[in-house]
Design a protein around this ligand. Structure first.
Ligand code: DGL
Length: 274
């Protein structure tokens, strides 16, 4: 099958996540590609994905990708590590537009960042159980040591907006302490929700540990893809951010606007699946 091509320059970049986490990717996309239209789908009816099976996450990812394609997206950015680990390898080639996940760019950035060769990865249960980061990092450098831990309590705390809260900090400390004791020098934030806790994570890890943000690295990968297809780059001077949620979500707008500084043109609820 030939590589899928982008559709038209003014078409939106389609982005999806289970909830608000993918907005960290949107914020980075806005910085890297200020002229692009973005259509974001947050699967708020079915968040979190992180404790679900590969079969379920793959079904959800297909349904959301179908929606993005039917809305005219010129590419699909899977702004969710869980879906990137569990679904992207089996569905990416089924779409007429390119699909980019967050995992490979994050793994490459971690390999580049480490000096001691000891990398820590935090993510959802499903992402960590898949060992997708470990495999992607070891494909790039088999000599690196990768210590990965699932942090299932973090996504619900973030979705609740508890970004600067002592409970969140205590939970983070519990998760991170064992890795810090093992002497990692690089920590991959292997869930797109986690950059919203970057400040708290930084204060626990200190300044000597490199934090690899999957959102930032995914945006760079999208930028590269568009650069290699310059005719597909949008020159729009006032690009829109349109959001579809699969269920209403109270905290969504607050976090998008206050924590990430995103301005949203439209927000609607759209039912997906059964
Ligand atoms: N933000 C997602 C990720 O990167 C999903 C979190 C979840 O729904 O559990 O894995």
């Amino acid at each position: 099958m030939s590589a899928p091509s982008l559709s038209s320059p003014s078409a939106p970049i389609g982005v999806f996540d289970s909830g608000i986490g993918g907005l960290t990717v949107v914020a980075e996309l806005r910085r890297a590609l200020p002229h692009e239209q973005i259509l974001y789908v947050g699967d708020t009816a079915r968040v979190p994905y992180g404790g679900k099976s590969a079969e379920t996450v793959t079904r959800y990812s297909r349904e959301i990708s179908d929606l993005l394609v039917s809305e005219g997206a010129k590419m699909i950015v899977v702004a969710c590590n869980t879906a990137s680990a569990l679904a992207v390898p089996s569905i990416a080639l089924d779409y007429p537009v390119p699909m980019i996940g967050v995992l490979e760019p994050g793994a490459a950035a971690a390999v580049k960042a480490t000096r001691s060769g000891k990398i820590g990865v935090i993510g959802t249960r499903a992402t960590i159980a898949s060992e997708a980061y470990k495999k992607a990092i070891r494909r790039l450098n088999p000599l690196l040591s990768v210590d990965a831990i699932a942090c299932p309590l973090l996504v619900p705390l973030i979705e609740e907006g508890l970004l600067h809260d002592e409970i969140t900090e205590a939970v983070l400390r519990r998760y991170l302490s064992p890795m810090l004791e093992k002497g990692i020098d690089t920590l991959v934030l292997g869930c797109t929700h986690y950059p919203l806790l970057k400040q708290a994570i930084r204060s626990i890890c200190g300044s000597d540990i490199a934090l690899v943000d999957s959102a930032e690295n995914c945006a760079l990968a999208v930028q590269e893809l568009l650069k290699s297809n310059p005719s597909e780059e949008s020159a729009d001077s006032s690009p829109r951010l349109d959001i579809l949620l699969t269920d209403s979500s109270e905290g969504f707008l607050r976090i998008a606007e206050k924590s990430l500084g995103l301005s949203i043109e439209s927000l609607a609820v759209r039912r997906v699946g059964n």
